[in-house]
Structures are given as structure tokens and as C-alpha cells.
Design a protein around this ligand. Sequence first.
Ligand code: SF4
Length: 349
Amino acid sequence: MVLIIYGSMENFYGLTLTQLESIIGALGKEKYRSRQLFKWIYNKNVLEFGKMTDLSKSLINMFKDMFFLSPLKTKDVFSSKDGTMKFAFVCDDGNIVESVLIPDKDRLTLCLSSQIGCRMGCRFCVTGRIGFIRNLKTSEIIGQLMGVRQHPGVDKITNIVLMGMGEPLDNFDNVMPALEIMKEPSGLDFSHRRITLSTVGLIGVLKSVMPKTAGIAISLNAADDKTRSELMPINRLYPIEEIVDFVRNYKADRRTRITFEYVLINGVNDSLEDAEKLAKLLKGLKCKINLIPYNESPFIDFKRPSEKTVERFHNHLINRYYTTIVRDSRGGDIHGACGQLGMRYLDQG
Ligand code: SF4
């Protein structure tokens, strides 16, 4: 149910197709017009209702009165020597939100933010240091994607990861409609297999996320509660056992596996004993493991392990028959790598 308030303009990017259909119905127009609008806006990337040539003048005028089409405004674009680009967008209230575009062979992955700051307080993460400022609206999540698409030379984005600033499941009410918009076949048409939602493991909320919503990545980072609680305060609320139980009972199709992310931090969680603990913990689970060597920042004391340590940890898991990959750090020179977003908030004190 969508309330139409004439006179108050809203950003179209916040509307799901279902909401749009209710509006079109309330205006006495045919339902299929909604799909035509989605096609113009998301498929053809058109930013003005007036340019949608197969829509009637009366419908265009009604939409011009009710909605505007506004991607987030780009403040800065930083380009890394490895091809990664970091976009800093400015919201209407002046807050800055960052997104990262990562080219990799035949993929172009966009990492989106879901909040400004974050209340999860993971000790290895710059965004966690900022603390929570506010949730992003649905239109601001889609507005990042559309903002990146306006940038000259940006090719077709093939994958979306919600791994930027914020914990997506802590902003469930705005993130779920954004995923619905991304997946709508008449518009952006991302398959759920090409979207990954990364979470610290808010199990209470995760249980209400249906399997075909998106791929799930759980940020684990330790195989024992003591170390994990030190790194991630949320572990006191949802300890490791609950996460493992959730994954064991996760009902998905045969091809779907949950990913565990494990940030390797020098001297904290990177020993062979840690690798063996992890192997034992995940025994029998249908999962993949992504190892992410820590990306250092001037605000946090943790250090990245040596390549030899990473290789040893990796090999140990491979020898235990886990599908494990070491995630290349991308965009480190522009502070666009995992855990580095939002540094400008700390820079300003
Ligand atoms: S790692 Fe993710 S959940 Fe943890 S503080 Fe950073 S942004 Fe928040």
C-alpha cells in the first residue's frame, strides 16, 4: 500500500515494482505501464520522464508532479592503479556514502553501502570506528548504483555485493526493497545469484531472509567465541554455535552455498591452530571460505599477515577439502578495500 501525497515529491528510485503498480492503479492507468517505466529508468538509464516516448502525456505529467529521478550526487571519484574505483556520494543531508567498483576479468562488481557508519563496532573496520550515523533509504541504496552507472566509461555492472559501509540486515526495511528493485526483470534484472549480502550474522533477522533473496556471506573471522567476541562485539549476542546451527539448517537449492568470510589479522587469528579450529568448526557444512588478508589503516593497530602465513592458512583448509579462496585486496591505495570505507569521517575528527 503506497500513500500518494500530491505536492510532496519523492525519489522514484525508492519504489518497488509492486508499489509502482499500486500507484498506477490508483491513478486509473493500466498496470503494464509500471514495467514500461522500469524499463526506461533502469534498463535504458533515462533520467527524465519526458523522454519516455511510449507513455501518454497525462501519465508523464502525473509522474513529474509526484516523483523526481535523482541518482546520488558524485562528490569524488578515486581510481586505483589496479582499476578499482571508489565513488564518494553526497546525500541530501550532506552525509557522504561510499561505493566501490571492482573490475575482475569478465566481472564488474559494485560494492554498495547500506548505512552511514555502522553500530556493529567490529574492531578491524574503519566504518565500525565511526559508529552509527543513520540508515540509508532505499532510494539512496539504488541511488549509488544509478550514480555509478552515470559515470562515463562504466560498463555493464555484472555483480552487486552489499559489503560497503554498514550492516545490511540492520537496515532490513530499506535493503529488502532495494534488492527487489535490483532483481526486477523489466529493470536492472540481477539474478539473486549475482547479488551477495554480507552480514556479521544477525541470526534473528537472517532467519527471515528467504533463500532466493541473495547469496549470503557471513563474516566469521574467528573459530572460537573468545577471539570472535574480541573482534566483533555482536558475537556476544549471536555466538558461533548459533551461526553454525543456522548454516546447517539453511534450506537452499543444491547449487547454493553460504560463504564464510575470514579476515586474517597478524597474530590474532592467523595461526595453523586457528586454521585447524576453523576446519573442525565447519565440518559437514555446505559452505565456501573467503580468506581476506587484513587491509591496514592509519586508525587501527592491526597488521596484515605475511604472504607465507596466508598461504599456510589457505593450504591447511584446502588440505581439509574446503573450497577456499584468498580474496585479492583491491583498491587499497584509494582506501577502497574491505574494512577501509568511511575514513574521511575519522579524518575530520
Ligand atoms: S565490518 Fe561491516 S558490520 Fe562490522 S563494523 Fe564494519 S561495516 Fe559494520
